[in-house]
Design a protein around this ligand. Structure first.
Ligand SMILES: [Zn+2]
Length: 161
């Protein structure tokens, strides 16, 4: 058995005048996440978990926020490229578990669509893409709606040649 685990975490500031992209879809909200790319905190955490599992560094190394190439880029492209990176090392993704932390809006109505989008990009079954969401009971920067956080854990396996 050649199975490896990876974990990822990401944070973004919330601000007015930006779109809120989470899990590859645009969520109607009064604020959006600030970042060099579309600032999709969930997809970034998943990318970092995948890279971590394969010991390939982190998202900032592969897609630097100093590069114009990645300015306002759709993070679904980064997720696809991350999948290519682990495939190049002969790894295959098995499953994802993730948690989004934000005070509002409610994420539950969007989870099925997020699962579909992510599963499609990564060639997974939707049942292999778990997305949970929690508030922080109004505690801290998430509770004050100043930011959003995502955690992801993934399993990958080495594909025999
Ligand atoms: Zn990010």
């Amino acid at each position: 058995m050649n199975i490896r685990i990876g974990s990822g975490v990401d944070f973004h500031r919330l601000t007015e005048g930006r779109d809120l992209w989470l899990g590859g879809i645009k969520i109607p909200h009064t604020k959006g996440a600030l970042g060099h790319s579309d600032a999709d905190v969930l997809l970034h955490a998943i990318c970092d978990a995948m890279l971590g599992a394969a010991c390939l560094g982190d998202i900032g190394e592969h897609f630097p926020d100093t590069s114009n190439e990645f300015k306002n880029i759709d993070s679904k492209i980064l997720l696809d490229r991350t999948n290519q990176l682990i495939k190049k090392e002969n790894y295959r993704l098995i499953n994802i578990d993730s948690t989004l932390c934000l005070q509002s809006p409610k994420i539950k109505p969007f989870v099925t669509q997020m699962q579909k989008v992510i599963a499609c990009i990564l060639d997974l079954n939707e049942k292999d893409v778990s997305i949970k969401a929690t508030t922080t009971e109004r505690l801290g920067f998430v509770g004050r709606e100043e930011g959003v956080v995502a955690f992801a854990t993934v399993l990958i396996e080495k594909v025999s040649q």
